[in-house]
Design a protein around this ligand. Structure first.
Ligand code: PLP
Length: 458
């Protein structure tokens, strides 16, 4: 195997990345069927001999770039996945070059320090308790799992039960109070922590998917309450203040799934939606959604530092604990990538006003969508308080047909959902790359789709 110089392979990767970014605006949001078929060419038996690095990267670009979904562009509205800020991509390149193992401060002082700084900045930015523990994890699912593991340990410890020593068999049974509107990954995360679906007590919700505080089951010191900052359809927020007050009286634990919605705390037009959120016990939020970091990147915060260390505090003599914060005492993994670096770089680049601007801009785009869609003749089903718009055409058949036409345009992509039993289309605005021009172009396509469907059904 001939090896090229390292310069060559990095150069090729850099040029491919820039070419990908430059083509974003002109390409279809979804990959073509042909691009997906071309992936078959990658299937081969495990090669006996190697391939020149440059050729590997060239093949990756040639076949791979075409088969991506353009979520980093401005017209992907299908899921809340955000885009990727240039500074996020660039800092993750550099961090990958460093190949730091972020699990130990000793193994990566730069990652250890930047995690400390980024974690504190995040607490400040989100107005959460300054001393809360934090851990950098893959996504909101793991952020919620980490929080639940700490909640389980804390709630049981208060009852004199040491779950770390004794395990869950024989532990006092915990109750979980949540609504059926909660994101399904919360139920999965409960399962990972040994808490089953039979332990869940469901709360009734209002027309926007918010828990009705007066109709919650009785709370007690065995209860873990899971609340939502940002309903995945409507974007709505639970009433954190009143529910947290009830929970405090009962000695219950409140966890907030704020995968994307916790960022509303920073937006000038949205911060009121998060009133009282700081009274909770743990919080999960993604960086790879609304902060527009690359995947995978999330953080959780937990008021009970002792519980976090109890659950995750793995020590071994070779790990050489010192006076620094040991990152692996806060996360399920030991070895992992240095996610704090990208958080730090994005927050440093944006500043508070930059984050504010991404959130406020996305929400303004969502409101413009709602107005434009209604003008075009669609019916918007939710109160557009955040970045989410749920809408329908005149009937289900027309909604399905309109969605197909919109998707087939290639220029914009959004997906279906079911809202209050009704088949609907759903828009999520979360890419920092989205411009007003993207919204107007998308609205035109959606408006044309409805006109076409209506004309055909006449
Ligand atoms: C409200 C909510 N919670 C949790 C999740 C899971 O997040 P992740 O995919 O980062 O684990 C999502 C993902 O879309 C979400 O929107």
């Amino acid at each position: 195997m001939t090896k090229c110089s390292e310069d060559d392979v990095f150069e090729v990767a850099y040029k491919a990345s820039r070419a990908y970014q430059a083509a974003l605006d002109d390409r279809n949001v979804m990959p073509s069927a042909e691009a997906i078929r071309a992936l078959r060419a990658l299937h081969e038996d495990m090669p006996q001999a190697g391939t020149v690095d440059v050729a590997v990267i060239n093949e990756l670009h040639k076949v791979g770039s075409q088969a991506t979904v353009a979520t980093t562009g401005g017209r992907f509205f299908g899921f809340v996945v955000g885009g990727a800020l240039p500074v996020a991509v660039a800092s993750s390149w550099l961090a990958s070059t460093w190949d730091q193992n972020a699990g130990s401060w000793l193994l990566s002082p730069v990652s250890g320090e930047l995690e400390n700084i980024a974690g504190k900045w995040m607490l400040d930015l989100l107005g959460l308790p300054k001393d809360a523990a934090f851990g950098f994890v893959t996504g909101a699912t793991m952020a919620t799992f980490s929080s639940i593991a700490a909640a389980r340990s804390s709630l049981l410890r208060r009852q004199g039960y040491d779950v770390k020593a004794k395990g869950l068999a024989g532990a006092p049974s915990l109750r979980v109070v949540m609504s059926e509107e909660i994101h399904p990954t919360n139920v999965a995360a409960l399962g990972y922590a040994g808490i089953g679906t039979d332990q869940i007590e469901s709360c009734p919700v209002d027309d926007q998917g918010r828990i009705l505080p007066d109709q919650m089951p009785q709370l007690d010191a065995n209860t873990l309450i899971m609340l939502q900052a940002g309903n995945i359809n409507s974007g709505s927020f639970d009433d954190f203040r009143s529910i947290c007050m009830k929970a405090k009286k009962a000695g219950a634990w409140v966890h907030i799934d704020g995968a994307f919605g916790l960022w509303a705390r920073v937006g000038l037009t949205t911060s009121h939606l998060t009133d009282g959120i700081e009274l909770a016990d743990s919080w999960a939020v993604d960086g790879h959604k609304w902060l527009n970091l690359t995947h995978d990147s999330a953080i959780y915060f937990c008021r009970d530092t002792e519980a976090v260390n109890d659950v995750f505090g793995v020590d071994a003599t070779y790990l050489m604990k010192d006076e620094n914060r040991q990152p692996n005492h806060f996360t399920p993994e030991l070895s992992r990538r240095a996610r704090g670096i990208e958080f730090w770089a994005a927050l440093k680049s944006l500043g508070r006003t930059g984050v504010e601007s991404i959130i406020d801009r996305s929400c303004a785009h969502a409101r413009r969508f709602a107005d434009g869609l209604q003008l075009a003749g669609y019916i918007v089903l939710n109160d557009v308080v955040l970045n989410q718009v749920v809408f329908v055409a005149d009937n289900e058949e027309q909604t399905r047909k309109a969605l197909k036409l919109i998707q087939d345009s290639g220029r914009v992509w959004l997906g279906p959902t079911t809202w209050k039993g009704q088949y609907a289309m759903r828009i999520s605005v979360s890419s920092a790359a989205t411009t007003s021009q993207d919204i107007e172009e998308s609205l035109q396509i959606m408006s044309n789709a409805l006109s076409t469907i209506r004309a055909l059904s006449r």
